[in-house]
Design a protein around this ligand. Sequence first.
Ligand code: SAM
Ligand code: SF4
Length: 327
Amino acid sequence: MLYDNHGRTINYLRLAVTDRCNLRCFYCMPESGIKYVNRKDLLTFEEMLRLLTIFGELGINKLRITGGEPFVRTGIMEFLEEVSTLENIHQVHITTNGTLTEDKVDLLEKLGVKSINLSLDSLDRQRFFEITRRDEFDKVMGTLHKLIDSNIKVKINMVVMDERNIEDILPMVELTRDHDISVRFIEEMPFNGTAGQGNETLWPMKKILANIQSHFPTLEKSPDPPFSTSSNFHIPGFKGSVGIIAAYTRTFCGTCNRIRLTPQGTLRTCLYGKGQLNFRDLIRSGASDKAIENELRTALGKRAKDGFEAEKNREDEVSESMATIGG
Ligand code: SAM
Ligand code: SF4
């Protein structure tokens, strides 16, 4: 098993397979995009599979594929087929913007993908366009409906943004009336690829909750599964559930079981911290499996207690795009 220096078990890896994306969500990237990593500096799928095999033997059994947009990377479906054969990875989850996903849902279901988090910040075409800066609303809605009809568990991720999509909160909750889906509202974080983003969120969890409760007074708290990042709720009689992710106020760090690998192979033991070490360089310098294991254990032995400590420990300001970290 893998443990950090605070006694927390680490069994969950979030793997960003690319930093490239076909949307320009304004909370994630500037309109002009970000400077992408050179292709030769990205982890190859072969390198990822080697790391997954090593990490799997050490106790990583849950994997999230994210990015950037995972489905823009050529070869992703073949990679997911390989991942589905890895003995120790028991759960594969994917986070996607849904623009290129609809026609892949059947195969993803066959490969045993456990859940898909679909990022959808508005149910209104115009607001969707203003947030993502791309006219892809129909494709994302097509993916949503295809997912609802599949056996894959569906979660909608909606970043809550003042003056952008507050009017979407209630219609999103309404979606849980007839559909067995989970709608999760995420506090906006300062990861939009530019510096100087201020140090507060205008829609913290408490405010999101109050907004929902004022219109759905029967909203009830549900038990939160272990290691859950969302605080979970449901409305009696509704098929689905509602979650709020305090990504900015960081109330869930105490039980964090996650590590991240960026597209170029940098290990991040906390979303808010700087990268700890680069596995691509280690692999390309000929490191053995044991050396890779040792480096991972050393990094986990110096893990920050929470996102606030991780942020304090870095010399620079949080300013990178979420697409380069893997949200
Ligand atoms: N492209 C895929 C997608 O959008 O689902 C996967 C990568 S995206 C970086 C992963 C998640 O991070 C998305 O749900 C997105 O909404 C969230 N995210 C990105 N930037 C964020 C920010 N500044 N604050 C909160 N969530 C953010
Ligand atoms: Fe792309 Fe996802 Fe970032 Fe939006 S949130 S720009 S879809 S990586």
